[in-house]
Design a protein around this ligand. Structure first.
Ligand code: NAP
Length: 308
């Protein structure tokens, strides 16, 4: 029986592992499929305190993992399919290999990229549709590409892609970016970026090899339709929380985010906590995810000492 199992290896998960590790709880971290979470698919992180010159996302995550392991966190590369509660209040975590038993659980599974929901879209992922400029940007040298979205992610992706692409169209459904001013100013000042305002993609067009060659656009104000030649579309329109597996032990809001108790990372089930982007639809920052991971660890530790 574990003291604490942490599901997920983003900022929230590793921070919870550091804190529960330092509390001698020997946490078990179940990593799921994307070790390191969303920051492994980003480039430079400029706003994580303590790094005045910035730090690369994957490096930050690797350092967090090293720090957690230094304090005794164990890592297993397993995906949790279901959480159940035993009669004595402990938990069973069903993975493909086994059912892990634990006294407390911290859900830190983050969120996954949202796509547009267009016909054939998921089949085109890897063939000219992607959500990760860091992963796929270098494949599109000297050709035009598009980014969809108007938030910080879209701006960051668009800026990054100007290193490779001949042109980056930034397609946004409004005529004003949602991104922070610094990110918005930077992207609009980049001469390789051309904003396409008030517009949405209605269809992906492919060549004989099944790769994206262009998109059909619609101007959402005028209804005007046009075709835009791009070799890849980078979709950056937000995320969907990874909460599908949690079952009835927690309540979810209408968008699937785990509902935490007021002023706590606890859920409606004692001993079960949620931290980071799986529960937070407001801040969604690396540092706030880390903060919630810390809070969840402290709450789990207190629950264990009160219950023992
Ligand atoms: P976001 O802020 O939620 O922005 C999503 C964007 O996608 C919005 O512009 C939205 O349009 C658009 N959108 C949503 N659904 C759409 C749809 N179905 N079709 C077309 N467009 C759609 O998401 P994000 O950019 O991923 O950022 C998430 C959080 O991470 C934010 O808090 C952000 O500040 C943070 N972040 C920070 C950094 C950084 O500081 N370096 C980098 C990346 C992300 P509307 O504007 O019209 O709603």
């Amino acid at each position: 029986m574990e003291n604490v199992v942490i599901i997920g290896t983003g900022c929230a998960g590793w921070t919870a592992a550091i804190y529960t590790g330092r509390a001698n709880l020997e946490p078990l971290v179940l990593s799921g499929t994307q070790v390191g979470g969303q920051l492994t698919t980003t480039t430079e992180v400029e706003n994580f305190p303590g790094f005045p010159d910035g730090v690369m996302g994957p490096e930050l995550m690797s350092r967090m993992q090293q720090q957690a392991e230094k304090f005794g966190a164990k890592v297993e590369y397993k995906k949790v399919n279901e959480i159940t509660r035993n009669e004595d209040g402990t938990f069973g975590l069903e993975t493909d290999q086994e059912t892990v038993q634990s006294k407390t659980v911290i859900i830190a599974t983050g969120a996954a990229p949202r796509y547009l929901g267009l016909e054939n879209e998921m089949n085109l992922v890897g063939h000219g549709v992607t959500s990760c400029a860091t992963c796929d940007g270098a494949f599109y040298r000297d050709v035009p590409v598009a980014v969809v979205g108007g938030g910080d992610s879209a701006c960051e992706e668009a800026n990054f892609l100007t290193r490779f692409a001949s042109k980056v169209y930034l397609i946004h459904r409004r005529d004003e970016l949602r991104a922070s001013k610094i990110m918005a100013d930077r992207v609009l000042a980049n001469e390789k970026v051309e904003p396409v305002w008030d517009s949405g993609i209605t269809e992906y067009l492919t060549d004989e090899e099944g790769e994206v060659r262009a998109v059909n656009l619609e101007n959402l104000k005028t209804g005007e339709k046009s075709e835009l030649e791009v070799k890849c579309v980078f979709v950056a329109i937000g995320h969907v929380p990874n909460s599908q597996f949690v079952g009835g032990l927690v309540d979810l809001d209408e968008n699937g985010y785990v509902l935490q108790n007021p002023h706590s990372t606890g859920t409606k089930t004692p001993g079960l906590y949620a931290a980071g982007d799986v529960a937070d639809h407001i801040y969604r920052q690396a540092i706030t995810a880390s903060g919630q991971g810390c809070a969840a660890a402290i709450e789990a530790e207190r629950y264990l000492s009160d219950g023992d």
